[in-house]
Structures are given as structure tokens and as C-alpha cells.
Design a protein around this ligand. Structure first.
Ligand code: G6P
Length: 761
């Protein structure tokens, strides 16, 4: 710091003070002769006046003496005595009198003989001139002496000019002193100001580097930096982004990495999650309260994030024992075995649940966004409930947040309106909305009667996330089509009223290593156990499907492919069994009830057609399985079949890969899942193409171990790297960037307001 300041001062001296000294010297040098000339003119005018005064004062007495009848000698004595009296004036050097013929008749002793009666430059009206003589310059004036208009001669009045030279030398000396003093004062002021500015600039630059805006800087002196503040801020941000990118590439994404983002980038800011589905549901069964983990990709992904970040998860309390397990503020700490964060439960009436959840969300938006050829149903009362429930959750966010600017993670299609409602209540919150399901094209979305309200609601968020760029692009197109908004596809930003919304792709994933894997026995044991459980021989190959019982999952299409396989490759009859785990889901909805019936019927029919006493081709398990049971199935199976007709991501595919630490097994994956874009090593199929799917099943069953290993290894590396901590981490890093930019922006806005007040309107 001291070295920097010293260097700064030295440079300042060289760059400013030295040129200042040279300039002042030059000015002094050129000003001195001018001042000399001017003072000489003043003195001459002075001497002229004095000479004329002396002449007019002497006129009468001198005429009297000259016309006196006294003898010449006496007259000479008297004139000289008179002249000597006049010479009492110290500036008068000598006096003389010339007659009309130009002869010097009287003179005082000091009058040099070189002074003529009519010196060049003198005039008749008594104006004198300078005579440069060897003894020094003299000022000589010749004033006419007259009697009754008759000229008697001229009185020579000679002044000593040596005092002019003395004064001129003095003046030069004072000018030099003056300029030297001026230079010293200017230099001193410069150094003092530079010192103060240096401190202010240092404070300002440090504030910028720390990421504060100048307006918020406690150092008001830093205002001088404002013209370059924007550049500096951008530079700091660029460097920061570069560092972040480098760091991001090197980060190994773990819960600790997330925690460090929260600590360092977000300075421990508060995190709130809003979702419909809660991560732990308390249900009463046979008089006992049990804790259930729901079959939800969203919950699977967010739960480990929340464990790492703490915070509050606001969700619908849907379990029949939920109310019995919360405190008086509707809070409960979870996970039960090791509490790390809290759930705030929001209670919904039966009507609200029917309208908001079953109706608008699951009969309207769900089929609207999934192109699975199930018609969406929109009812005005459902919409009213949807709006009201979104408002209730926004209020819950407001009451749960301890700060004015929390980070709120709003999840999924149940809460399209909540971001704007939260923004109205907490204008400084950073709201990240994540849409876990696909976003359709503008035409498909346009059938929703409340399309604009939904878009407006989502655009209340600071960041809006989808799994794939394709869904982001669909969203841009939809906004372009339905709203008067500014859509900037280069910066991935949409501006619609208030704060801009960034739209980015964040492919969701699972935790790595997955917690349920820790307690799993070796693969061989899992295989044996499952076969024993199903009464299958060791030679029977097993496939697995794990889904919610939902029409978007393509379960019927999957069964059709199995049936076709057994038709075209009958040697698999009795040697291949497919276990379909289907978690019951949204069973109040007719479409789901119909699906349930169709799936059961299809399994029955196929089993009746190809089943043997020792091996049923389809083992249908429509019931809830916990994570450990699901992972045991993944490990026991030779293949996993994901045949979604449309899916935002599909985490089953990633879970299967994660479960196979033996690097064996084959994944058949629908091309209509987000996961297919990340896992091209899977056997990618079109679930509507039964022949292709049957062929993929045959290929999977015949896949050589080496190929299984190489495909599985690559998929595992990807899932390991792009795990859920990275998903959440990238969103939180973006949130940190948005918050940083808003801080800088609010500084700029505040400055603009100051300027506004000063400008007359
Ligand atoms: C999908 C949705 C989630 C939902 C899950 C389970 O994955 O994106 O938001 O939680 O399905 O559905 P459910 O209606 O049972 O919550």
C-alpha cells in the first residue's frame, strides 16, 4: 500500500508538478519584460506630469529672475540658487535654461554636457524623452518659458532614471518570487487532493472488486470513479465469470460444493422451496403413523439439495397424519433420522385439492404440456382454485422468509402464478422457477384459456429453468406469440414489466452416489434374491420398468413391445420376465383409473398368451416401493426399459445407471425424454414404434458384456459429473450473479434518481 502510494506520488510529480514548474517558469520569463515595459511607460508618464508641474511652478519665479535688471552675474547666482532650491526634490537630477537661440545659459552643476537644449524626442508642450548616457539613462524635458506670449527660452528639467532600473530589477525579482510561491501552492494543493483521491479511489476500487456498487460504497469520495465504474464492474464480473467457469469445470459436485456456494457466493442467504409434493408424508396405517417418501422425480432431486442447504420447504400437507406431526407453526424438521431442514405444511381443503391439484394442474396443464395425446380439460372453477392456492403459497413464502431478499425455488406446473405473486410481496427476492415437465410449442400451449396469465405469472421469476434447450426455445416462442414482451434469445432474457427473467436450461439429475445404493447387497445377491422372490430359475433374464402409473410413461407401449418380442423371438418365452413397478398416482382422475385398468388387462392378456407355469412374462406391481426396493430391482435386472411418450427428463434412467456399479445391464430409453439427450449410449427408441422397441429388447438381451460395460461406464461418468448438486449449484450460481447484478443495477438506478431530481422537468 505504502509503496503503491509512493509510486503514485512520484508519478504525479513527474507527470504534473514538473510540467507545472516548467510552465510557470516560462510564463514568468515572458511576463517580466512586459511588466518592465509597462512600468517604464507608467514612470515616463509620471515624469512628464512631474516635469510639467515643476515647469509651471517655476514659470513665474523664473520669468521674474530672467527679466530682472540685475547684473548678469547676480542674475546667474539668483537663477542658480532658485534652481538649487528646486533640486531639493530628490528625483530631479539637474535643471538648465536655454535661450531662444538654443544656448544653454543657466544650469545646475550635475547637468551633463552631453544634454542638448533640444533633446531628440522632446516636444514643445514639455513632453520629455529618455537620453541614454554613459553614466546612466536620464529623462529630459524642455518646457517653454514665456512672458506675455513671448518666448524667453526653455527650461531643461532632467530626472534621474536609475531608480527605474532599480525598480525594474525589483519587479522582476518579485515576479519570480510570486510565480515560485504560486507553483508551490498549486503543487501542495495537487498533492493533498491526489492523496485524498488516492484513498477514495482505492476504497472505491476495493468496493468494486468486493462486488459492491459505488453508490453503496461507504466511501463517498469514490464518486470520481463513477465514469469508469461500469467498465470496472464489467471487468471484475468478466474475470469472476471466467474464474467461475474454470472453477465450475473443476468443481467436483458434492453437498459440500453446494454448501460452499451458499457460504461464499450467496453469503449464507436464505433458501425457500415451494412445491406441491412434500418430501416426507405422514400416513396413519393400522393405528400407527408411518413416514412415506413419494414417487416423484422432483422430490428425488430436491431432497438431497435441501439436506445440503438447510432452509425451508413449503409444500402441501397431503398425508392423513401430517397435521398430527407438525408444531403449532405447521413446521416439522426432516429427515426424521437426521433432521437437516424444515417442512412448512400448507393445508388445502378437499375442494381446493380437487380444483387446483387434480383439476387445473393434472387434468389441464399436465396433458397440455405432455404430447401424449390425452386431451387437456380446463374448467373455470379449477382455475379459480389454482389461482387461490398459488396465492396461499405466496403468502406462506412471505410469512416464512426471515429476510427481505430470500432465494425462492418455485417448483413445477402447480405454481405457474406464484412467482409473480411472490414478487409482489417480496420485490427483492430472487425467484427461480423450475418447470419439471416439457414446455410445448405455442400452438399447443395456446389452447389453454389462461395462457397469458400463466406466462405473466412465470415471468415474475428472476430465472426460469427447463431441462432442455428445446423446451427453453418453445417457451421463448410461446411468449413471443402471446405477450407484448421483449424476447432476447442472445442473452436468454425476457423483459416483461419489472425485472427481466433469464431462461436457461438446467438438466436435472440425481445425487451421486445415490443414498439408497449404500445399503444394497452385491449385484449377484440382488439377482438371486429377486429370482427367488419371483420363483424364477437362474437362467431367466429379467427386465425392469419403474414408473408412476401415468399415461405419459408409455407402459402400454412397453408391454406391446414385450409381446412383440415374444412373438418374433419365441425362444424368450419362459426365459424372460419383465417386472413393472407402477406407483399408484392421481387415482381420483378418470384418465388414470382407466389407465390402471388397461395396464392390468394388458399384463393379464400377455401373461395368458405367453406365460408358463415357471415364468410369467409380465410381473405387474401396482404399489408403492421405497427407494431401497427400487434400487434392488435395478441391480437385479438385465435391462431397464424407459418408454415415456414425453418426459421432461426422467430420472429412472439415471437411477438405473447409478445403481449399476458393476457396469452391467442395458438401458432402453425413449427418445422423447430429456435424458435421451444426455445418455446417447442407451438403446434409444421411439416408444410408438413397437417393432423398433421389440428389436431393442432383443438387442439388450443379447448385448455382450464388453459392450454393456463400455456403454454403462460412459453413462455413469456423465451422471456422476452432471449430478443433482451440479443442477442446483448452477442455478444458485446464476442466482448469485443475478443478485450481484441487481445490487449494481440498484446503485445505477439510485444515481439516476439523484440526477433526475436535479434536472428541471
Ligand atoms: C412429476 C412432476 C412432479 C410430481 C411428480 C409426481 O414428476 O413433475 O411435480 O411431484 O410427477 O406426481 P404427483 O402428482 O404424485 O406429485
Amino acid at each position: 500500500m505504502y509503496v503503491a502510494r509512493f509510486t503514485f506520488m512520484m508519478r504525479l510529480s513527474l507527470r504534473f508538478i514538473v510540467p507545472l514548474a516548467v510552465a510557470l517558469g516560462a510564463i514568468a520569463y515572458s511576463v517580466a519584460p512586459l511588466v518592465d515595459d509597462l512600468t517604464l511607460k507608467w514612470f515616463m508618464r509620471d515624469l512628464d506630469i512631474r516635469s510639467k508641474l515643476v515647469a509651471s511652478a517655476a514659470q513665474e519665479s523664473l520669468v521674474e529672475l530672467l527679466t530682472d535688471k540685475a547684473r548678469d552675474k547676480v542674475r546667474l547666482q539668483r537663477v542658480q540658487a532658485f534652481f538649487n532650491r528646486l533640486l531639493q526634490d530628490e528625483r530631479l537630477f539637474a535643471l538648465g535654461f536655454c535661450d531662444t537661440k538654443g544656448v544653454l545659459v543657466y544650469k545646475t552643476g550635475a547637468l551633463p554636457p552631453e544634454v542638448p537644449c533640444r533633446a531628440p524626442g522632446t516636444t514643445d508642450d514639455g513632453t520629455g524623452a529618455v537620453l541614454k548616457l554613459s553614466g546612466g539613462p536620464l529623462y529630459v524635458a524642455a518646457s517653454p518659458i514665456e512672458l506675455d506670449g513671448q518666448r524667453l527660452g526653455e527650461m531643461l528639467i532632467v530626472h534621474d532614471m536609475s531608480f527605474v532600473e532599480r525598480r525594474s530589477a525589483d519587479t522582476k525579482k518579485y515576479i519570480v518570487y510570486l510565480f515560485a510561491a504560486l507553483g508551490a501552492v498549486v503543487a501542495l494543493i495537487t498533492v493533498v487532493i491526489a492523496e485524498l483521491s488516492f484513498r477514495g479511489w482505492m476504497a472505491g476500487i476495493k468496493a468494486l472488486i468486493r462486488g459492491q456498487s459505488l453508490a453503496l460504497s461507504p466511501q463517498p469520495r469514490a464518486r470520481e470513479l463513477r465514469p469508469i465504474a461500469r467498465d470496472l464492474e464489467m471487468l471484475v464480473q468478466e474475470l469472476d465469470a471466467e474464474r467461475r467457469m474454470r472453477d465450475e469445470a473443476q468443481i467436483s459436485w458434492t453437498p459440500e460444493a453446494l454448501r460452499s456456494i451458499l457460504r461464499e457466493d450467496l453469503k449464507g442467504d436464505e433458501i425457500l422451496i415451494v412445491s406441491n409434493r412434500e418430501p416426507y408424508i405422514h400416513v396413519r396405517r393400522d393405528g400407527r403413523v408411518e413416514v412415506q417418501r413419494p414417487a416423484s422425480g422432483l422430490v428425488t432431486a430436491l431432497e438431497p439439495v435441501m439436506r445440503a442447504c438447510s432452509g425451508t420447504w413449503i409444500a402441501h400437507g397431503s398425508g392423513n397424519a401430517d397435521r398430527d406431526t407438525v408444531d403449532d407453526k405447521d413446521h416439522i424438521m426432516v429427515p426424521p433420522e437426521k433432521p437437516a431442514y424444515r417442512i412448512r405444511r400448507v393445508w388445502l381443503s378437499k375442494d381446493e385439492e380437487a380444483g387446483y391439484y387434480y383439476g387445473f394442474a393434472n387434468e389441464g396443464l399436465w396433458p397440455l404440456c405432455h404430447i401424449a395425446h390425452t386431451r387437456p380439460v380446463f374448467r373455470a372453477p379449477d382455475w379459480e382454485h389454482y389461482r387461490e392456492v398459488n396465492r396461499r403459497f405466496a403468502r406462506a413464502v412471505e410469512s416464512e422468509s426471515r429476510t427481505a431478499d430470500p432465494i425462492v425455488l418455485v417448483q413445477d406446473y402447480h405454481f405457474a402464478l406464484a412467482p409473480r405473486m411472490i414478487r409482489e410481496r417480496l420485490p427483492r427476492a430472487t425467484i427461480i422457477a423450475f418447470w419439471h415437465i416439457p414446455w410445448p410449442n405455442p400452438e399447443a400451449f395456446g389452447v389453454c384459456p389462461w395462457a397469458e396469465e400463466i406466462l405473466e405469472g412465470l415471468l415474475g421469476s428472476s430465472i426460469l429453468g427447463f431441462h432442455t434447450q428445446f423446451h427453453c426455445n418453445n417457451f421463448f416462442d410461446t411468449v413471443d406469440r402471446h405477450l407484448e414482451a421483449r424476447v432476447d434469445r442472445e442473452t436468454f432474457t425476457i423483459s416483461y414489466g419489472g425485472e427481466p427473467t433469464e431462461v436457461h436450461r438446467y438438466p436435472i439429475s440425481i445425487e451421486w452416489p445415490p443414498a439408497p445404493l449404500v445399503t444394497q447387497p452385491p449385484v449377484a445377491e440382488c439377482r438371486e434374491q429377486l429370482r427367488r422372490e419371483l420363483g424364477l430359475g437362474a437362467e431367466v433374464r429379467v427386465g425392469v420398468g419403474v414408473d408412476r402409473l401415468d399415461y405419459t410413461k408409455g407402459i402400454l407401449e412397453r408391454f406391446a413391445a414385450i409381446e412383440r418380442l415374444l412373438e418374433i423371438e419365441p425362444h424368450w418365452i419362459g426365459r424372460f420376465a419383465f417386472v413393472q413397478i407402477a406407483a399408484p398416482s392421481r387415482s381420483s382422475i378418470e384418465e388414470y383409473q382407466a389407465l390402471d385398468a388397461r395396464v392390468r388387462a394388458a399384463a393379464q392378456r400377455i401373461n395368458a398368451r405367453f406365460g408358463t407355469p415357471a415364468c410369467q412374462p409380465i410381473v405387474l406391481r401396482i404399489e408403492h416401493h421405497d427407494a431401497a426396493q427400487v434400487y434392488a430391482h435395478y441391480r437385479a435386472a438385465d435391462l431397464c426399459f424407459v418408454s415415456s411418450l414425453h418426459d421432461g427428463m426422467n430420472l429412472v434412467a439415471k437411477e438405473y445407471v447409478a445403481a449399476r456399479d458393476d457396469e452391467r445391464g442395458a438401458l432402453i430409453l425413449s427418445r422423447f425424454t430429456g435424458a435421451a439427450r444426455e445418455l446417447p449410449e442407451a438403446l434409444i427408441v421411439n416408444p410408438y414404434d413397437t417393432e423398433e422397441c421389440a428389436a431393442a429388447l432383443a438387442q439388450a438381451l443379447a448385448l455382450p458384456p464388453d459392450e454393456q460395460r463400455s456403454r454403462m461406464r460412459r453413462m455413469r461418468t456423465l451422471v456422476q459429473e452432471f449430478n443433482v448438486y451440479r443442477w442446483a449449484g448452477r442455478m444458485l450460481l446464476d442466482a448469485a450473479r443475478v443478485r450481484q447484478r441487481r445490487r449494481v443495477g440498484s446503485g445505477t438506478r439510485r444515481r439516476a434518481q439523484v440526477v433526475d431530481l436535479r434536472v428541471p422537468r
